[in-house]
Design a protein. Structure first.
Length: 345
């Protein structure tokens, strides 16, 4: 045996080098002629679906081997069905990307996550295309034109929701407790597209979800048939300078804490792109890099602008830190937040 062969073997034996997996393919070889599948946890036509399809149309050119992409919708339980599927039923091979609502993580932190068959801390995160700038919009038919008028309303306004743990449900419920807004969340819609239809038919008075997708998917806003009544952000959104911010109506320290912990922090990680636990580290790193490159791609950004879709990327590493912080919330605040978002029966 030559010295050139002996040295690497000795280094491996000493733990200085890691043996090369003879079956591991280089990224170019691995992704070539394969298909990357996106599983989005909501029905077609809504904000999650729109964002996912935009990413899917462009990410292939930023992955080695230029694989094909396909998007499948798996609505149900406020996207928990898709998250469960990714966690328990997909191979951790870097070929399946789950897109689901990060509000489920808050639900798991609060211990209200019935039906969630996963530990959020074990997912790998590619990141999020944009933080969700929460806003509540009501139809003209609701009769509500301002926060003050809403606060004075004696009959609760029906708000369309998907499922507890989603911003469509948790945001209005937190605002109801923190500010005293009279409202009733109607759960069970498969996505924001279905909620829009319900609002337009008069089935509900409005809804709360991210402004960045609300403005691009709800034509009623542009037509003046729907009005944004309140936003719930750490700082006002540039598009909504004239719309009051929820936290400015908080009258106590506890109310402010509920809005900050229950809306501001979770909103940063609503549009989660994730991988199954045990996905090889090199594929996680490759997909994170390709995802980041996609969100800076000129053609992608041009499409986003045309669709009036806001893009303000949050990296996979940043998502990881936020998720870790959520699981470290002070127990007293967790209890108060749990009470706020739990549906009253």
């Amino acid at each position: 045996m030559t010295t050139g062969k002996v040295l690497p073997i000795l280094l491996v034996a000493l733990g200085i080098l890691t043996p090369i997996d003879a079956g591991a393919a280089a990224p170019e070889e691995y992704y070539k002629d394969k298909t990357v599948r996106f599983i989005v946890g909501y029905s077609s036509g809504g904000g999650f679906d729109t964002l996912t399809r935009m990413v899917a149309r462009h990410i292939g050119k930023h992955l080695p081997g230029r694989p094909a992409t396909v998007v499948d919708n798996m609505p149900g339980a406020g996207s928990a069905l898709a998250a469960n599927h990714l966690y328990n039923r997909t191979k951790p091979d870097g070929l399946t990307i789950g897109v689901w609502n990060g509000g489920l993580i808050t639900q798991q932190v609060l211990g209200t996550g019935a039906g969630m068959e996963f530990d959020a801390r074990r997912f790998h995160w590619l990141g999020a295309p944009v933080a969700s700038n929460q806003a509540c919009a009501l139809t003209k038919a609701s009769g509500i034109t301002s926060v003050e008028k809403w606060l004075a309303e004696k009959k609760p306004i029906k708000i369309g929701g998907t499922a507890p743990g989603n911003s469509t449900d948790d945001v209005p419920r937190v605002l109801s407790v923190a500010l005293g807004l009279p409202l009733q969340v109607i759960d069970g819609y498969k996505g924001t597209a279905d909620i829009r239809l319900a609002a337009e038919s008069g089935e509900v008075g409005g809804a709360c979800w991210g402004w960045e997708t609300m403005k691009s998917t709800w034509p009623g806003i542009q037509r003046g048939e729907v009005k944004v009544i309140v936003q719930a952000m750490a700082e006002k959104h540039p598009d909504l300078r004239e719309v009051p911010n929820a936290i400015d109506f908080a009258k106590t320290k506890e109310s402010r804490q509920l809005i900050e912990a229950g809306i501001h922090d979770p909103s940063a990680i609503i549009y989660l792109f994730s991988l199954a636990p045990e996905t090889p580290k090199d594929r996680v790193q490759q997909l994170r890099a390709s995802f980041a490159q996609t969100l800076k791609d000129a053609e992608f950004l041009a499409e986003a602008e045309k669709a009036k879709q806001e893009i303000a990327p949050i990296s996979g590493e940043e998502v990881e830190k936020i998720v870790s912080r959520l699981f470290k919330l002070e127990p007293g605040l967790v209890g108060k937040l749990k009470e706020a978002v739990t549906p009253k029966r």
